[in-house]
Each structure stands twice: as structure tokens, then as C-alpha cells.
Design a protein around this ligand. Structure first.
Ligand code: VTB
Length: 268
């Protein structure tokens, strides 16, 4: 991707951030999201590219703009795939709390995993622990590895976990090892990215959040040289979300298969 294109894509997220920033703290999450979406799409339209949204605001019938499959840009020029989250953490934005961001990942055509709107178990860690920690390990084992890689004792480590009932046992295990847990209400993209920088005080992200956000976090961590792994979650008993009140494990597996995902336990 050439520098001019990258610069223009940066302006896309800048415009989205500026638009939604005007609505921070007003308790208007949908309006903040809509403002960011509109700004993002407007700026994208001015870029000479054959752009396509692969992760976006939803399916065509439920999202007027930046829907999955939407073509963006001038229609000629390089092919670019986008995963967008114009206002990631809309609740945070509406409540003027930290961690909300305008964010997108871009790649040459075909470079991004078209993650379904499922949940994803995630593990993010700093560059020093890349390829050393593993999502297949227990939290206890990963904390031990992290401690070795970072040269910190376990009680100096801070792990961000989304504050959800599904993480009750995970939080207990992490605290049982002596590490600090920072529960967050929303915004696990910010938490994953924080692992990629020294000095943020975040050493690890563990637990289950949304899959599309996982792809964006993975792209950021690749750029930062950090560790990121994700595994789709399809069992409602594990996700423990009201969103899936009417879903069954078998039904979800069928949905994944219909989307062309047959290796449902793949670790990305
Ligand atoms: C997750 C997380 C996001 O919303 O999507 C969360 O990845 C929703 O999870 O960062 P629940 O369905 O368990 O509430 C965010 O926090 C914000 O979009």
C-alpha cells in the first residue's frame, strides 16, 4: 500500500473520531456511532481505490452505511479491504469514559478474515511474549510465561478482562496467581492495543469479546509486533450472553458452516 493511500486512510479514522468526539458524554451512543460512520464513509468516498467493507456495521438490510460487502472509494485504483469500527465502545463514548476509539484495519484485497458476528476468545500480550504465551494454555501458565518474558513478578502484572459473568472463573484464577485484574465494561480493542506498547500498565488481555473487534485487534497487534490469538466461541453456555438467548450450540455451528467456516475451533 503506498504512502498517499495510507495517509488518506488515516484521515478516514481522524474524521470519524472528530465527528463522534463532539457527542462524548451526551448519553447518545447511537448518534455518536452514526456520526462516526457518516464521517468515515464520506472521507472514504474521496479516495481513489476499489474499497470493500469486509467487517462493518452489519448486513446490508440492517445498516444503511458501511455494511458488510459495501463498495467504498472512487471505484478505480488499488483494491483495499476494510474492517471498520467507526465508534468502538459506543457506551464509553456516550458516557465520556476512556477506551472508545474510531478504528479500522485495511489490507490488500483478501487480506482480512471476514469474521462472523460471533464471540471470540482472545489473548493479547506484549511483543516480548509473542509466540511464547498461547491461548491453549491455562491463564496460570500464561501468567508464568508472561512474567518470564517481561522480567516482572506475577504480582506486577495487570490483565484486562471484560467485566462479564462468563469471566467469573477466569478472574478468580488470575487473582489467585497474584496478578492484578482490570475489569472493563467495554472496549477490548483498546485493551489489546495497550499490550503492544510499553508503559501503558496493561500486560495482557484475556477472555471473550466480539469476533469482528478481534480481527481489528489482531491487525493492530501485527503492526505493533505484539501477540494476538483468537478462537471463535459458538457455545451459548460459554458466551453467556443475552444476545444469544434463542441460540443453541448446534444452531451456531450450522451458522458457521453456512458461512464457510468448517474448522470451527481454529486458532487464528
Ligand atoms: C464486545 C467487545 C467490544 O462490546 O463486543 C462488547 O469486543 C460486547 O460484548 O469492545 P457483550 O455482548 O458481552 O456485551 C465492546 O465492548 C464495545 O463494542
Amino acid at each position: 500500500m503506498n504512502q498517499t493511500l495510507i495517509q488518506e486512510i488515516l484521515e478516514v479514522v481522524e474524521q470519524a473520531a472528530i465527528a463522534s468526539a463532539k457527542l462524548t458524554g451526551l448519553g447518545q451512543k447511537d448518534e455518536a456511532d452514526a456520526a462516526a460512520v457518516e464521517a468515515m464513509r464520506l472521507r472514504m468516498g474521496k479516495i481513489e481505490m476499489k474499497g470493500k467493507i469486509v467487517i462493518g456495521e452489519g448486513e446490508r438490510d440492517e445498516a444503511p452505511m458501511l455494511y458488510i460487502g459495501e463498495e467504498v472509494g472512487s471505484g478505480s485504483g488499488p483494491g483495499v479491504d476494510f474492517a471498520v469500527d467507526p465508534c468502538e465502545g459506543t457506551n464509553l463514548c456516550a458516557n465520556n469514559q476512556r477506551g472508545s476509539m474510531a478504528v479500522l484495519a485495511a489490507s490488500d484485497t483478501g487480506g482480512l478474515f471476514n469474521a462472523p458476528d460471533f464471540y471470540m476468545n482472545k489473548l493479547a500480550a506484549p511483543p516480548a511474549a509473542k509466540g511464547k504465551v498461547d491461548i491453549r494454555n491455562s491463564a496460570t501458565e500464561n501468567l508464568r510465561i508472561l512474567s518470564d518474558c517481561l522480567g516482572l513478578s506475577i504480582d506486577e502484572l495487570t490483565v484486562v478482562v471484560m467485566d462479564r459473568t462468563r469471566h467469573k472463573d477466569l478472574i478468580k484464577e488470575i487473582r489467585g496467581c497474584g496478578a492484578k485484574v482490570q475489569p472493563i465494561s467495554d472496549g477490548d480493542v483498546q485493551a489489546a492495543i495497550a499490550c503492544g506498547f510499553a508503559g501503558t500498565g496493561t500486560h495482557c488481555l484475556m477472555g471473550i469479546g466480539a469476533a469482528p473487534e478481534g480481527v481489528i485487534s489482531a491487525a493492530a497487534m501485527r503492526a505493533l509486533g505484539g501477540h494476538f490469538q483468537g478462537q471463535l466461541v459458538y457455545d451459548p453456555a460459554i458466551a453467556q450472553t443475552s444476545e444469544w438467548a434463542d441460540y443453541t450450540k448446534e444452531g451456531n455451528i450450522k451458522r458457521l458452516n453456512e458461512m464457510g467456516i468448517t474448522d470451527i475451533d481454529k486458532i487464528y
